[in-house]
Ligand binder design. Structure first.
Ligand code: FES
Ligand code: MG
Length: 576
């Protein structure tokens, strides 16, 4: 049955434009000042295009043009588009880490949408934290929203080999440190690894989160894998612009889409993609905005049930462009069959199951069939134990099988600088069985929980051919990284978690099959160390950083600000 449609008087923007009073005179005369007349806006849904374009964001280079494409679609469908620039979180350039600013983008998105006469919005993001930031904000303000993904960049090339974002940087950097390749080759790789607009084309946070957004029903079906440089991408932008106008008339809000089932679909898709561990934090935060309880255990349960089907680096061999050509996310979701809830609502106005009807896989090496998965279980595991009472995660598909059960002596680095200063030292008392520990890298300690979780292998071990070791931290790790890295240890060391109390030589035991991470130190000894422990000084004493330090939640809670969780309680602005 067709949904009842709103009347023009029921539009949110009607309060700005539709009434006959002094304020509306101001709104209308000022709209005319921008060169529009009543024909453009009167009685039409106002569509905010929240654009995270910036000169300093290479992943969003094409977003100026794409915003115009979205506008074309909005006009076609009888809406009135207005572009609203929002903070661009540019993964390569923004320091100390974009994660420090994810919640700031979420706040900006929420308040832009609330304070202006916006009936519905198109969220333009792709580069890592822009995806959760935009969606968290839109979920809290709860106006009809479609997420338009930036799309992956094209494949990189070097001397006949294919290069992938991130993963190959780490790989060849290790080769350079070990003296296997020189400056000239390094320069050639620099030329070849990022050759078009678009986000990282490996299974990093961007490809993971854009897939999750589509699985939640927030992106036009099949949209998340369309490469930024393909002609299909502006077509997707136009179609998104057209569709948001109807979504407003149909009054389909994020709160209708973002159900417990939708989040479970997102988690299942992240697992099937071999997605980034960052998704755990972002999905928990997004669920918090939608009022959905999404505990760490849901990730572990779905990881055990859902096989990895996407054969994409770093867990697999191919890249997002290949994934798109092989059938894209529709193909993968169709193959997941009953592992997804098929009756969830999507922005397409149909159920997810209807959206997937007729989806095909064209290359079942790139998108594996369930009887031939890349890995029978999903890509990550949630661990708990005396070293991580509130949990931590490990990306099992990026880890070495022989290290998934391991006991070794800790080598502890108090912070990044300490690690940087000592890791390659000849005097470091380390061998391949040691467990490298980095603390001071969590949400408060980093601050902002930087992606330092793939600690480098000490040079002297690299030269002996050691390529992986157990590494543990309260940091995050880029989705394009790999290795046996235990991440997101909660509570973090800065907050006084057991990680703060580990000392060189302590025995640490990792047992992924048992989902355990334990510190073998007597409780009395730990208590004694705790009495000696002093909380570190906060990095920021003013400004946004201070706000962050006061309100950020721990990794197992999604690192949102405590006062931003949920969606109720923020009134529509008065128009006086
Ligand atoms: Fe933007 Fe990787 S740098 S997605
Ligand atoms: Mg990344």
């Amino acid at each position: 049955m067709a949904r009842p449609r709103l009347t023009a008087e029921q539009l949110r923007s009607h309060r700005w434009f539709g009434v006959d009073n002094l304020r509306s005179f101001g709104h209308k005369s000022r709209t005319k000042q921008m060169g529009f007349d009543a024909e453009d806006y009167a009685g039409k849904p106002v569509i905010g295009i929240v654009n995270t374009w910036s000169d300093i964001n290479p992943c969003h280079t094409h977003f100026r043009e794409r915003a115009e494409d979205v506008k074309r679609g909005v006009y076609q469908a009888g809406g009135f588009p207005l572009e609203l620039p929002a903070m661009s979180l540019s993964e390569p350039f923004q320091k100390p880490t974009t994660m420090l600013y994810r919640n700031m983008l979420a706040m900006e998105t929420e308040e832009l949408l609330r304070s202006y006469p916006i009936d519905g919005c198109v969220l333009m993001g792709g580069c890592d934290k822009t995806v959760p930031g935009l969606i968290m904000g839109a979920a809290s303000v709860d106006v009809p929203s479609i997420f338009l993904p930036a799309g992956p960049m094209l494949k990189g090339r070097w001397k006949g080999t294919t290069l992938g974002s991130g993963s190959d940087t780490w790989k060849y950097w290790a080769q350079r440190r070990a003296g296997i390749i020189g400056e000239r080759e390094w320069g050639e790789i620099e030329d070849g690894i990022a050759r078009s607009p678009g986000h990282c084309m490996t299974m990093g946070t961007a490809s993971t989160m854009t897939a999750a957004a589509e699985a939640m029903g927030l992106t036009l079906t099949g949209g998340s894998s369309v490469p930024a440089a393909f002609s299909n991408h502006p077509q997707l932008a136009v179609a998104t612009g057209r569709r948001i106008v109807d979504l407003v008339w149909e009054d389909v809000k994020p709160s209708e889409l973002l159900t417990r089932e939708a989040f479970e679909n997102a988690v299942a898709v992240v697992m099937a993609m071999g997605g980034s561990t960052n998704a755990v934090i972002h999905l928990i935060a997004m669920a918090g905005r939608a009022g959905v309880e999404l505990p760490l255990e849901t990730f572990d349960e779905l990881a055990r049930a859902v096989p990895v089907l996407a054969n994409i680096r770093p867990s697999g061999e191919h890249l997002m462009e290949d994934f798109h050509d092989a059938g894209g996310l529709r193909g993968l979701m169709a193959e997941l069959g009953e592992l997804l809830h098929r009756d969830t609502t999507t922005v397409n106005g149909r159920s997810l199951g209807e959206d997937l009807d007729g989806a095909e896989i064209h290359d079942d090496d790139v998108i594996r069939r369930r009887d031939n998965p890349l890995s029978a279980e999903g890509g990550l595991a949630v661990l708990r134990g005396t070293l991580a009472p509130d949990g931590c995660v490990i990306k099992t598909t990026a880890a070495s099988p022989h290290l998934l059960r391991h006991e070794g002596r800790a080598i502890v680095f108090d912070d990044y600088d300490d690690m940087d200063a000592r890791i390659d030292s000849e005097d470091l008392d380390v061998d391949e069985n040691s467990v490298l520990i980095l603390r001071g890298a969590g949400p408060l300690g980093g601050p902002g929980m930087p992606e330092w979780g793939m600690l480098p292998i000490p040079k002297k071990l690299l030269q002996r051919g050691v390529t992986d070791m157990v590494r543990i931290s309260d940091a995050r790790m880029s989705g394009t990284s790999y290795g046996t890295c235990v991440l997101h240890v909660a509570p973090e060391s800065f907050a006084g978690g057991p990680l703060a109390l580990v000392r060189d030589g302590d025995v640490v035991e990792l047992d992924v099959a048992e989902r355990r991470l334990d510190l073998h130190v007597e409780p009395e000894e730990l208590e004694r160390r705790r009495t000696e422990w002093k909380p570190p000084e906060p990095t920021y004493t003013r400004g946004y950083g201070k706000l962050f330090g006061k309100h950020i939640t721990q990794a197992d809670k999604g690192c949102d600000f405590d006062f931003l969780e949920g969606s109720g309680g923020a009134p529509e602005p008065a128009i006086h």
